[in-house]
Write a protein of this length. Sequence first.
Length: 100
Amino acid sequence: MLSVETTGIANLLQDEEIEGYIGLTIGCMYELARGSQSPWSPYLALITKRPPQMATSLPEDKRQMMKFSEAYQDIEADIVRIFFLCSGLVWMHFLSPGAY
């Protein structure tokens, strides 16, 4: 099963202490970007026909509708954290492209 521990960037996620659904989201994004080179491509092909809707992927106007819910602050913090973590991982990948 695809998890934070089984993705091709598990070592990076562990080094950066990224876990939970944020780690899984980043791991899935990485494996999806690898396409057919990913060992998870058959599994991912099943879920990419209709990927799960996550609050972090909602457009800004939809997130604003959630502003008064208890989850709003958590979602906004997760969006910032995902952007920050992904940016770092992308830069690490470009600085040493053959390493992953």
